[in-house]
Write a protein that binds this ligand. Structure first.
Ligand code: PMP
Length: 423
């Protein structure tokens, strides 16, 4: 029973863990876009285990691939040859644009970003890194410094050389959706706060934890030019935005028409398996040659088999096109809901990576934090699970498994309407 699990958790697990709801939900089973609690009650999952279950809970193709590999070989490390990791690297590289062809497998998004930062510094010989306010890239000692949200940092030294640029946030930023105007701040930062040479720049194309904030139009092309002129490399964090979720493109950075030098991915790459990757160019990878770099589990046979199945399912089931269609439908319905409820300040995002921001007043944009939590709790009681994010915790994050249907979208909006009415 949930009470016993809660008691065990309180006694034996870290007190730093947090639960999403006042009345906690216990999940014991998942099937595609649905979750089931210990009493067999069904929930529509619009958060996918924090944007991780990309193709669906226990998707049969992924489950089958894992089972098959699981009974053949579970682990060896890369000190021996194994076909899974090698074939997987090729299949992943085949899905990358430009010259992004060398893959390093690791186990989490934080590790992937740690490695990307290390590569940027080794390759360029520079130290300074430009990041964004409101960014989230991980919780490791190395990535903490890149985060631009105090809520996700611990009060301890964050390392040196992290500089946070103005966030190109079309809703809250000073320059609306004018990307190049925000980019001017990066030029300013480089000349004021660095020796004029930088290791690189890291950003998501749509900030996930930050509250589904799409970077203002035209921002990345300008910034990439500035960073490269200052000797740096451009890192795209695709931990949440990758694998077709944004609908219009396979990778989130493609929405801004740029090609990064290093791409990090995690979460959706493994549909829930502990798997992550860094993909870069042969030139940057060459800077790592001759340096002993090792990772015990990265790309282990079971995770690789699961990751390969995810790639196949995204292609065969046309998940990118599906995200575009269902995302457009859901956005239209959420916009109609915003016309009815003044508390909705903004509906944004792309594909099935959407945000709904609640504000007390549309002019002042004062965050409606308590209301956001209350609506989420009511929606959970009515059978819909969503995430929340943003510095003030006032943004619903709707990022379901990519099999989420138009009917699921309708149900979510109807339940949100009821929950908002109840406020
Ligand atoms: N980058 C982004 C954009 C993320 O959303 C996250 C996780 N929320 C991370 C990196 C870190 O990933 P992990 O929790 O697997 O370390």
């Amino acid at each position: 029973p949930a009470e016993e699990v809660l008691a065990l958790r309180k006694q034996y697990l870290s007190p730093s863990l947090f639960l999403h709801f006042k009345k906690p939900v216990m999940i014991v089973e998942g099937k595609m876009q649905y979750l089931y609690d210990e009493r067999g009650r069904r929930y529509l999952d619009a958060f996918a285990g924090i944007v991780t279950v990309s193709v669906g809970h226990c998707h049969p193709a992924v489950t089958e691939a894992i089972h098959r590999q699981n009974s053949l070989l579970q682990h060896t490390t890369t000190i021996y040859l194994n076909n899974q990791i090698a074939e997987y690297a090729k299949e992943l590289a085949d899905r990358m644009p430009g010259n992004l062809k060398v893959v390093y497998f690791v186990n989490s998004g934080s590790e992937a970003n740690d490695m990307a930062i290390m590569m940027a510094r080794l390759h360029t010989g520079n130290w300074d890194l430009i990041c964004l306010r409101n960014a989230y890239h991980g919780m490791s000692i190395g990535t903490m410094g890149t985060c631009g949200q105090h809520t996700w940092k611990q009060p301890m030294p964050q390392g040196f050389g992290y500089h946070h640029a103005l966030n190109p946030d079309p809703y809250r930023g000073a320059f609306g959706d004018d990307g190049p105007r925000y980019a001017a701040d990066v030029a300013d930062l480089i000349s004021a706060a660095t020796p004029g040479r930088v290791a690189g720049f890291v950003a998501e194309s749509i900030q996930g934890v930050g509250g589904a904030v799409p970077l203002a139009t035209g921002y990345l092309p300008e910034v990439y030019k500035m960073i490269r002129a200052a000797g740096g490399v451009c890192i795209a964090d695709e931990v949440q935005t990758g694998f077709g979720r944004t609908g219009s493109h396979y990778w989130g950075f493609q929405r801004q028409g740029v090609t990064p030098d290093i791409v990090t991915m995690a979460k959706g790459i493994g549909n829930g398996l502990p798997l992550a990757a860094v993909v870069t160019t042969p030139e940057i990878a060459a800077s790592m040659a001759g340096r002993l770099h090792f990772n015990t589990y990265g790309g282990n046979p079971v995770c690789s088999a699961g990751g390969r199945a995810v790639l196949r399912v995204v292609d065969e089931e046309r998940r990118q096109e599906h995200c575009a269609a269902v995302g457009a439908h859901l956005t239209t319905r959420l916009q109609a809901l915003a016309a009815k409820h003044d508390i909705i300040g903004d509906v944004r995002g792309a594909g099935l990576m959407l945000g709904v921001e609640l504000v007390k007043d549309r002019k002042t944009k004062e965050p409606a934090k308590a209301e956001t939590a209350a609506v989420m709790e009511t929606m959970k009681d009515l059978g819909v699970l969503m995430g929340k994010g943003g510095l003030h915790g006032n943004v619903f994050r709707i990022k379901p498994p990519m099999c989420f249907s138009a009917r699921d979208a309708d149900f979510l909006v109807e339940v949100m309407d009821v929950a908002l009415d109840k406020l």
